[in-house]
Design a binder for this molecule. Sequence first.
Ligand code: PRP
Length: 184
Amino acid sequence: MQDYREYLDEILVSSDQLQTRIKEMGDQISRDYAGQTLHLICILRGGVLFLTDLMRHITVPLTIDFMAVSSYGVNRQSTGQVRITLDLERQIQNLNVMLVEDIVDSGYTISAVLDVLRTRHPRSLRVCTLLDKPERREVDVPIDYRGFSIANKFVFGYGLDMDEYYRNLPFIATVDLKRYRPDG
Ligand code: PRP
């Protein structure tokens, strides 16, 4: 497997920048939900690191659950086809639900998940994403909390993978595709 240092172009968001922003987001969410409870739903797998850091900064009582969907076809092209591969453990009726995502790209994933969750009658339903790539949007989605708006570059680290590896990096980096060997 090719070492990421061979194709890393630049560190787009450092670990310090991530942690500072995530604390700000947690503080904002805590203020917005003061006196209420919150049910965080993380969409696997990219959102896991963000969820675990974000929830440490939220001070209102909260619960968590997980969903998995398949959203990308081959060659990292969004297909518009989204299928639930792991559904929630708990019912969400009457809960303040917040979807926690690592990135909103075309918007198909969040849009499809919102459609499903709305049919289950949560008390409220909001979207929190660490990264937003607005240039790539194909379907309009409401984003209530956004960590960073980024350019249309391929990124990895902090939950986002390169062929499934390197989700554990503490920063978000861009890829120099000229130096990347998929089979390397
Ligand atoms: C990524 C990301 C979002 C989705 C965003 O997931 O975590 O769920 O794509 O793209 P969209 O806005 O174009 O739908 P991916 O399918 O790569 O799975 P992963 O989280 O397991 O890496």
